[in-house]
Design a protein around this ligand. Structure first.
Ligand code: NAI
Length: 331
């Protein structure tokens, strides 16, 4: 039986985790979940939102499903998400973005993948206050991190039958940092003759994505642009409630939705569990459980195609009603 770490998060995390666990159980797949609490709810008892036991569990199991965790603004704690990705060296953040059956959006045939560098850039947490009126944040870009994320993007493209990898930077302005990322992209692209390399500036990318996202295939970006652009691409396919993600390193992988803990709808039985469910489906594929992954994915697609949706997608179902519908279609 697979042993998988489960971080059920806070905010809407526990509600959507319950939903996903019920669906996986109803599919017939047995998983030994190693539940690890994290986030604002454990700070008081354990003095940190990310206790070492959570990291130890992921290191041991090699795989985790993670619901969102709140990052209190300006409270002195580093983001659990940033810390987790850095501590486990989960350098690749993979965010596939594809239209879902039954979810009508402005564009059809959207099928792109955001590959975001996950360990450095302005998220390295190197900031200093110069005086009352000035603060500095340091943007760190290294050859090593750029090389492995660009290589990850090309290898992903190759394995998944993709045609093109597009490097997204602002190298015209940040000539040294983004310039290095772009230089490394060009070097790595030379090793992958089957995949077409392309380059674009991030502002132009945003404009083109909202005009016609079908122009893009695989995008590789430094951390900050990747974070922002992947929320934009989530909007192209129905919003944060349906956008899945994964953080992958050489030794472990953590599957989690793009969205946050949505405190505005916490405890209201309104949250859409689709993003976490699709992240779990990718996780099942990753551990070789393709039959169960397909079974759950088709039940979800049937549910959406037949018009059963939560309110973020214009539907009327609560989280539990939507969960039960998916379970009905599993059988
Ligand atoms: P958010 O993603 O939590 O919410 C943005 C909007 O989308 C809200 O209106 C929310 O109700 C809606 N939304 C998000 N997920 C939804 C779902 N599954 N179903 C229906 N509606 C959904 O972003 P926000 O408000 O900026 O962040 C809240 C907290 O989450 C912050 O503390 C932030 O740091 C944290 N966060 C955590 C992440 C993680 O754990 N990976 C990722 C992003 C943010």
């Amino acid at each position: 039986m697979h042993k998988i770490t489960l971080i059920n998060g806070d905010g809407i995390g526990p509600e959507i985790s319950d939903s996903v666990l019920k669906i996986i159980e109803a599919s017939g797949l047995k998983i030994d979940w190693d539940l690890q609490t994290a986030g604002s709810d454990v700070i008081e008892k354990e003095g940190t939102p990310l206790p070492n036991r959570v990291l130890d569990s992921i290191r041991k199991n090699g795989i985790a499903l993670k619901a969102p965790v709140t990052t209190p603004i300006g409270k002195g704690f580093r983001s659990v998400n940033v810390q987790l990705r850095k501590s486990l060296d989960l350098y690749a953040n993979l965010r596939p973005c594809k239209n879902l059956p039954g979810v009508k959006t402005r564009f059809e045939n959207v099928d792109l993948v955001v590959v975001r560098e996950n360990t450095e850039d302005l998220y390295a947490g190197v900031e200093e206050k110069i005086n009352e009126n000035t603060a500095h944040s340091i943007k760190i870009i290294t050859r090593e991190a750029s090389e492995r994320i660009c290589r990850f993007a090309f290898e992903y493209a190759l394995k998944n039958g993709r045609k093109e990898v597009c490097c997204v930077t602002k190298a015209n302005i940040m000539k040294l940092s983004d310039g290095l990322f772009l230089d490394v992209f060009r070097d790595v692209s030379a090793e992958f003759s089957q995949i077409k390399p392309r380059e674009i500036l991030v502002d132009n990318l945003c404009m083109q994505l909202v005009q016609d996202p079908t122009r893009f295939d695989v995008l590789v970006l430094p951390n900050l642009y990747g974070d922002i652009v992947s929320d934009l691409t989530a909007g192209l396919i129905g919003g944060l409630g349906v956008a899945q993600g994964a953080n992958i390193g050489d030794n472990c992988a953590v599957f989690e939705p793009v969205h946050g803990s949505a405190p505005d709808i916490k405890g209201q039985n309104k949250a859409n569990p689709t993003a976490l469910l699709l992240s779990a489906v990718e996780m099942l594929k990753y551990i070789g459980e393709n039959t169960y992954a397909k079974k759950i994915e088709s039940a979800l697609f049937k549910t959406l195609s037949n018009g059963y949706k939560t309110s973020d997608l214009g539907g009327e179902l609560t989280t539990s009603e939507f969960t039960n519908k998916i379970i009905e279609y599993l059988i």
